[in-house]
Design a protein around this ligand. Structure first.
Ligand SMILES: CC(C)(COP(=O)(O)OP(=O)(O)OC[C@H]1O[C@@H](n2cnc3c(N)ncnc32)[C@H](O)[C@@H]1OP(=O)(O)O)[C@@H](O)C(=O)NCCC(=O)NCCS
Length: 222
């Protein structure tokens, strides 16, 4: 990468919000746009980014090239806090917004609800991951044209260092079982496979049975 294309890694700022939301929607389906299975970007972006950008922005990192955000790592150092904020602070507003925007009149919404229920029935949300050992989690996405230039590695190193400094014991993450590139990347970054859990995945207007792979890394001993 030339000098003018230098990569800057820095903490998230409110001015990055739109760029982060756009990258999230552009990469939500195995690195491809969310429209492959759902058309309301606003709802998906709220659901997937609001906690990190509004409640824990200090743990979110962005990669900037030529003054443009080209990737992010959204982190959370305490997944218990995340669950509480999602349940009480984010989900109620999100439900009302989805209602207001007419999402519940759309077949695609009910298809996703049916898919989630199928996963629930298969036990896909019951994960025997020791939460005390892996209290932190993350999501990472890089714009397609900036992948494989070590931007993911730089973001990951920065976040893991932050978690280490804050004495977090370990970090976990979930990735679709069929995301072979993502899995290779996490393994390269030192994560170990903790388990694979049944999951039903949207595929266009249909679905298929698959797995979610959960990886973890221990940073500080107890
Ligand atoms: C997965 C992703 C975050 C990796 O980021 P990246 O900037 O492309 O990866 P890097 O260039 O930093 O690669 C770091 C290491 O992982 C390996 N790696 C990265 N992408 C890879 C790929 N597609 N296939 C095989 N190995 C890969 C690299 O070889 C590299 O190893 P090295 O440092 O020894 O050379 C990025 O490709 C991406 O956003 N993909 C789409 C969305 C996604 O899958 N997100 C994660 C799932 S939740």
């Amino acid at each position: 990468m030339s000098a003018e294309n230098k990569i800057l890694i820095r903490q998230f700022l409110p001015v990055d919000r739109n760029a982060v939301r756009k990258i999230c929607c552009d990469t939500a389906d195995l690195g491809k746009p969310v429209e492959n299975f759902f058309s309301d970007r606003e709802i998906i972006a709220d659901m997937l980014t609001d906690y990190y950008t509004k409640f824990e922005p200090q743990s979110t990192w962005v990669a900037v090239v030529n003054n443009e955000v080209v990737g992010y790592l959204m982190g959370c150092l305490d997944s218990g806090r995340y669950a509480q904020a999602m349940l009480w602070r984010i989900a109620p507003g999100l439900f009302c917004k989805a209602l207001w925007r007419g999402n519940f009149l759309r077949e695609e919404t009910w298809r996703l609800v049916r898919i989630a229920l199928k996963s629930l029935k298969l036990g896909g949300f019951k994960r025997n991951i020791p939460e005390k050992q892996y209290p932190a989690h993350l999501h990472i996405d890089i714009r397609e044209e900036f992948r494989q230039r070590h931007i993911g590695r730089l973001l990951m190193e920065r976040f893991l260092q932050q978690a280490r400094n804050e004495n977090v014991r370990g970090v976990q993450l979930s990735v679709r079982g069929d995301n072979f590139h993502g899995r290779k990347f996490f393994e390269k970054m030192g994560f170990n496979l903790l388990g694979e859990f049944p999951m039903v995945m949207p595929v266009g207007k249909s679905f298929r049975f698959g797995q979610t792979a959960v990886y973890g890394i221990i940073l500080n001993s107890a």
